[in-house]
Design a binder for this molecule. Structure first.
Ligand SMILES: C[S@@+](CC[C@H](N)C(=O)[O-])C[C@H]1O[C@@H](n2cnc3c(N)ncnc32)[C@H](O)[C@@H]1O
Length: 507
């Protein structure tokens, strides 16, 4: 896969979540009906009400949730690169089951940590068990995370050592005399002759190593014999820029910070319990390098995009891309968001990205210096899954009686409602290009990846043809109907493409 980092925040299965969604994988209709606990005569069609709540009373309470998660996690493994990491937000309701599921899909050996996030600032006194559950988890699988960037400010060079900035390090040993006799000896400064004796646990190095350190002038000798000699630790001799990353994350970031953030952007409480973007930024910091992609396929209000945009502003050298997926889940009609005109969660998410981008643009005007080194990408594209723009020949539905009608309808295989831009993206995808490849619009055709592929959907003439051929593409796709019965033009086109060794396709 190409994705470096997946961050998801699925429904926690609290007993009040609506997440039962009629996935149509290769499950039999009967199994599916059993799984969602309801017979639906229409099968897999997306209808109002099919997005259903999973309540604790259901005999399939945990199994429903796991059945929803399994295929999504299974697919996500294929999308991750070899060095990729996945972070999943979860709480006590399903953490134990999720870990088992992840062990099965990602392998127990790839478990990195069950991070703990103190999400609640004030105690919850409503719980009948008496326990105030103030934390959630983020479980992480992959090979390794980066670790915390070492703080280097404390490295100084007061004595102008040519080896550069240093800090002083403890040299007291770790084991008693019986276990490490060679580290128990009196330490004497050969220049001053001061004897510093030996600590209870001896010294960290044996006498040979210590002599080398003394010779290399790496020891700091106190003026008094009661002081403890220490060693100089040089910044440029450290083997790793990183130290361990604590398994306790999101210090001083609470759920209410997430809510405040979205409130500030929209001017009202547009979404319940979004994660704080700075918490997501912490996870991003553990996984990405310049050019990497972060994916969130339970994106909700789009906190992950917010976090990536903030990250990009703060890290000019490490520009990251985001890829979000959100089902068209309807917004509750009594909510303020609905009253403000948002119909689905996906609508809200799009608006949030627009608002974040606007705020970055405003900030860049007032503090141009801050943005000087940033070539941050402030554009994004939105796609909706939809049926093909082209008619599909269904052989099994063709009978002797309707054959003629069918053939006739295929003289133009383009569905009447198809829009040019939608056809363009469908053809690009089907030709193996990606949705983010560079597309330029010309007067008469589209050019993908600097002319590698040319898609002509509006007109075709000898002039257009000559222009296309002179730009030397690898492949050209056009619509048969553009030749409007002009067989001579079509034959010419085929021959000229053949001559120029261009792969030519008409639809
Ligand atoms: C907890 S929210 C994510 C919130 C997000 N992290 C934020 O900060 O705004 C979970 C999301 O999962 C989506 N979801 C629920 N059931 C789903 C399903 N069966 N498949 C895919 N997404 C689903 C919901 O629409 C919702 O947006």
């Amino acid at each position: 896969g190409k994705i470096k980092c997946i961050i998801i925040d699925p429904p926690y299965n609290t007993g009040n979540d609506s997440f039962i969604y009629p996935d149509s994988f290769k499950e039999s209709k009967e199994d599916y009906q059993k799984r969602i606990g309801e017979k639906d005569e229409e099968g897999y069609l997306l209808k109002e009400g099919l997005f259903r709540k999973n309540s604790k009373e259901s005999g399939h309470y945990h199994s429903n949730w796991l059945s929803m998660m399994y295929p999504r996690l299974f697919l996500s493994k294929n999308l991750l690169s070899d060095e990729g990491l996945i972070f999943i937000h979860i709480d006590d309701n399903e953490v134990h089951n999720l870990r088992l599921l992840m062990n099965e899909i990602f392998g127990e050996e790839n478990f990195i940590s069950q991070f703990i996030w103190k999400s609640r600032q004030n105690k919850d006194n409503r719980n009948i068990t008496g326990a105030s559950i103030d934390h959630e988890y983020v479980i992480c699988y992959g090979k390794r995370i980066k670790g915390s960037e070492r703080k280097t400010e404390q490295y100084k060079n007061p004595d102008n050592d040519r080896r550069g900035p240093w800090v002083s390090g403890n040299m007291v040993g770790l084991l008693p005399q019986e276990q490490r006799p060679n580290c128990h000896y009196d330490l004497v400064d050969p220049e001053s002759g001061i004897n510093y004796g030996k600590p209870k646990l001896g010294w960290r190095y044996d006498q040979n190593t210590m002599s080398r350190l003394i010779e290399e002038k790496r020891i700091l000798w106190p003026a008094e014999s009661s002081g403890r000699p220490r060693r100089k630790v040089f910044l440029n001799e450290l083997s790793d820029r990183y130290t361990g990353f604590s398994s306790i994350i999101g210090e001083k970031l609470f759920t209410r910070n997430g809510t405040a953030e979205i409130d500030e952007l929209f001017g009202f409480k547009a979404f319940e319990f979004p994660k704080p973007s700075d918490l997501i930024k912490e996870l991003i910091s553990q996984s990405v390098e310049d050019g990497d992609i972060v994916l969130d396929f339970f994106c909700g209000s789009g906190t992950t995009a917010h976090a990536v945009l903030k990250w990009n502003v703060e890290h000019p050298e490490e520009q990251v891309k985001y890829l979000l997926v959100q089902l068209p889940e309807k917004i509750n009609e009594n909510s303020e968001s609905f009253k403000k005109g948002f119909k689905t969660i996906a609508d809200l998410c799009k608006e949030r990205i627009v608002l974040v981008i606007e705020s970055i643009k405003t900030k860049s005007k007032s503090t141009p210096k801050f943005f000087e080194n940033t070539n941050i990408d402030l554009g994004f594209k939105v796609f909706k899954l939809s049926p093909s723009n082209f008619k599909i020949w269904r052989g099994s539905e063709v009978t002797d009686e309707n054959l003629e009608l069918n053939l006739e309808s295929f003289t133009d295989p383009v569905k009447p409602e198809s829009l040019t831009e939608n056809m363009l993206y469908e053809l690009i995808l089907k030709s193996g290009y990606s949705l983010t490849d560079k597309i330029e619009r010309n007067d008469s055709f589209y050019s993908v990846n600097d002319g590698e592929l040319i898609v002509a959907l509006n007109e075709m003439s000898q002039a257009v043809l000559s222009k296309i051929i002179s730009s030397r593409p690898k492949k050209v796709i056009t619509l048969d109907k553009l030749f409007a019965g002009n067989d001579q033009l079509k034959t010419n086109t085929v021959l000229q493409m053949l001559d120029a060794e261009i792969d030519f396709k008409t639809i």
